[in-house]
Write a new protein. Structure first.
Length: 291
């Protein structure tokens, strides 16, 4: 499941949903949590169920829903309304660790069966850093649950928990606590063997800043990013796409090791490459559908 660019869409706005489907996002996250007022959540569930039914067919994007977190008491009602053929995944916010992922899966199992879906067909993206407890449980996602597709992180809810007055330095970089959360999410995803997705870039009117930030994300090891606005999708896709030079070098590295399977280090154009470089090269090629 390719999750390079995931775009949030309010679950109660048909106009925004119609626009979002044609933007080239790998997945749409129809949001039942923060973007829907409490009084509108029941109506949004009903509307969303109709959209899932209407788009239960071939499409080039994955249908995700961000449900309300467990501490709201609304999660089960969300799931009962939306689990049906056509739903590809759930985004679970404010998870405290893998126990919450298992709790979600236990709720999904009978709903999938009742809907005629295969067990573990619905995948999960976990927002893994939004509570204080979550920060101590990031290692719990390994070994990965069969439903787990990716881990991502968030700064706003974590800031509210710890009481920080800001999560950014004057130069726009994350302050130290949020750098830690970001890094630990990246390591937790690698430990579990799932995709790591970077959090939102808040200023949708700053495409240059988004591009620069995404390049840092890709450099660090993230495989994609969440988008808060339609204008961000194309920039995220472009920034995370391997360059022609990246692809050409990756092909040469893979080919060299395949021709010399007994070697652990190979020289190409005067530079030495070893097994970690081979793993990176294979991941680069996998991003374009090779290998």
């Amino acid at each position: 499941m390719n999750l390079t660019a995931l775009l949030f869409v309010p679950a109660d706005s048909e106009k925004k949903f119609d626009k979002a489907r044609g933007l080239g996002a790998d997945g749409l996250i129809l949001d039942l949590e923060d973007s829907v007022a409490p009084a509108q959540k029941a109506a949004a569930r009903e509307t969303l169920a109709g959209w899932i039914d209407a788009h239960n067919g071939p499409r080039d994007w994955s249908f995700f829903v961000r449900v309300n977190p467990f501490d709201t008491g609304l999660t089960e009602d969300d799931l009962k309304a939306i689990v049906r053929p056509g739903l590809d995944g759930i985004m679970l916010p404010k998870a405290n660790g893998a126990e919450d992922l298992q709790r979600l899966s236990d709720l999904l199992d009978p709903l999938e069966a009742a809907a005629g879906m295969e067990k573990n067909q619905i995948k999960v993206v976990v927002v893994a850093t939004e509570t204080a407890a979550a920060m101590f449980n990031l290692g719990s996602y390994a070994p990965a649950h069969p439903r787990l597709a990716a881990l991502t992180w968030g700064a706003e809810d974590l800031g509210a928990v710890v009481g920080s007055t800001s999560n950014k330095e004057a130069d726009g970089n994350w302050t130290q606590p949020y750098q830690l959360a970001r890094s630990l999410c990246l390591f937790a995803a690698a430990n579990a063997g799932v995709q790591a997705l970077d959090t939102l870039y808040g200023d949708f009117r700053d495409p240059d800043g988004l591009t620069a930030s995404c390049k840092v994300s890709r450099r660090d090891g993230f495989l994609g990013r969440l988008a808060i606005h339609p204008a961000q999708v194309a920039g995220i896709q472009a920034a995370f796409a391997p360059s022609d030079e990246d692809v050409a070098l990756a092909r040469r590295i893979v080919a060299a090791f395949e021709e010399n399977p007994d070697l652990g280090t190979i020289g190409i154009d005067g530079k030495m490459y070893d097994i970690p470089h081979l793993k990176t090269a294979r991941r680069t090629l996998a991003a374009i559908g090779e290998g």
